[in-house]
Write a protein that binds this ligand. Structure first.
Ligand SMILES: Cc1ncc(COP(=O)(O)O)c(C=O)c1O
Length: 458
């Protein structure tokens, strides 16, 4: 039998994260007055040890031992050869995936939840607040908080809260608290409900609620945690790509095409960033973030300064954005319904290092069902977006008769997302593709903000 999985031992797990800020330039985040932010301004929201990581330009950052001990519950994650999918497609391409669905909450999200909770704990924080879209991030933070004996409060985007009731139960099992967002608990939530009492919610609103709840704690023992977008989140996720590199070395392969679905960008970045340096240094690799056509941040939205949340509590970040008040259509991929994109991911797209693609939810679910029937794992709806792109690249390789090596991140399982599959299989799923007018309307919001410079890293 030819091996299906390429495994690493626990002692082969990377001991350092890769920081892309050592190798690319990005525009600085800006404060409300339009000047670059100082680390101190972020102190009410994040602990200083994480703020230091956020601004660090050191290429390698040590992973603390207590973090490695928790990551070792499921890491190193296998690199799997998707032979059955290859066979079904009749492609000469060799397809591999990092199986990030094996973590306790079922996605890549705890790769950063664990270090974030650890650094907060070391800083003396007792309680954390956050938002969640699909529910994967809220579950990941609840799991990590349980590991380090911390309290956790999660604002879950209303549409996902209704679509995925068992995510709340999962968070509560780990000791977390979960409320639907917009809630009446915060000013940001109440204002959103006044604007539209039936709103499906958005990550932008949920982020505002979680920041407000953290800052409002007068004891100073609560901090906010973001599951994507920020530099330190991308940093923690690079363990995916660093492991993959070692696994490819073991079998003497190197990928031609790297694919990851992108909501705020952390899953994509986690796999791709360790390979970006090779590309900057001349390697010929196609690096593809995949997003929903219903929320086409990288493929349709401009590179601007915008807020990361709806109530404008966050600094202005240089990113591709559909506008901070944008409420994405109620697609079944809660984790990809975000108006912005990580500044680092936005930067490599503006430089042409990565080439984004958008797919519809029906294309995505079709690929998801094919993957489930061949590889066996039912993918999270977010992951199915990457799969749609994998299928199209594998078929292109077939048409061209090329033996391409494709790697993608299987960012999560979909065992709590079965409503999406039920709707798809019964023909009730519809596509949402935003019109240019809708996009133009939502983008007016940042018309008068400062504009980022188009930087070249090399
Ligand atoms: C399974 C899964 N994949 C991907 C994503 C997208 O997020 P990000 O782009 O930050 O990785 C999410 C977000 O919730 C998710 O749950």
């Amino acid at each position: 039998m030819e091996p299906r999985k390429i495994l690493l031992n626990e002692d082969e797990m990377p001991r350092q994260w890769y920081n892309i800020l050592a190798d690319i330039k990005i525009n600085p985040p800006l404060g409300p007055d339009g000047t670059p932010l100082t680390p101190e301004t972020l102190a009410p929201v994040f602990p200083m040890n994480l703020i230091e990581q956020e601004v660090s330009t050191d290429r390698w950052i040590d992973i603390p031992e207590p973090v490695l001990e928790v990551l070792a519950i499921w890491r190193p994650a296998p690199l799997v050869r998707a032979r059955s999918l290859e066979k079904a497609l009749g492609t000469p391409a060799r397809i591999y995936y990092k199986n990030e669905s094996l973590s306790p909450p079922g996605s890549h999200k705890p790769n950063t939840a664990v270090p974030q909770v650890y650094y907060n704990k070391v800083f003396g924080i007792e309680r954390m607040t956050t938002e969640t879209g699909a529910g994967q991030w809220g579950s990941a933070l609840s799991f990590a908080c349980a590991q380090f004996g911390m309290q956790c409060k999660v604002y879950m985007v209303r549409i996902s809260f209704d679509q995925k009731p068992y995510r709340k139960a999962m968070m509560e099992t780990w000791g977390g608290q979960c409320v639907a967002s917009p809630s009446t608990e915060t000013r940001a939530g109440r204002e959103a409900l006044e604007r539209d009492p039936d709103t499906p919610g958005s990550l932008g609103i949920a982020i505002s609620e979680a920041i407000e709840a953290a800052v409002a704690d007068e004891t100073g023992k609560t901090r906010y945690s973001l599951g994507s977008v920020l530099n330190h989140v991308m940093l923690h996720q690079t363990i995916i790509g660093l492991e993959a590199k070692r696994q490819f070395e073991k079998i003497g392969e190197y990928p031609d095409i790297i694919i990851g679905c992108a909501g705020g960008g952390s899953n994509f970045a986690g796999l791709a960033f360790p390979f970006v340096l090779d590309k900057i240094n001349g390697k010929d690799i196609d690096i593809i973030p995949v997003e929903p056509a219903a929320c086409p941040t990288l493929t349709k939205a401009p590179f601007v300064y915008d807020h990361g949340d709806t109530a404008r509590y966050t600094p202005l970040l240089p990113m591709h954005s559909l506008g901070h008040a944008f409420i994405p259509p109620p697609i079944h991929t809660g984790g990809l319904r975000y108006h912005g994109m990580a500044p680092t991911v936005s930067q490599i797209v503006t430089e042409g290092i990565a080439t984004p693609k958008a797919v519809t939810q029906i294309q995505a679910l079709e690929a998801g069902v094919l993957a489930a029937r061949t590889e066996g794992i039912i993918p999270a709806p977010e992951t199915t977006h990457a799969l749609a792109c994998v299928v199209s690249e594998a078929l292109k390789a077939k048409a061209e008769g090329k033996e391409k090596v494709i790697v993608f991140s299987w960012s999560g399982h979909g065992l709590l997302d079965l409503t999406a599959y039920e709707k798809f299989l019964s023909g009730q799923l519809t596509n949402y593709v935003l019109t240019d007018e809708e996009i133009e309307r939502s983008e007016r919001i940042f018309e008068n903000f400062p504009k980022p410079t188009l930087l070249k890293s090399r």
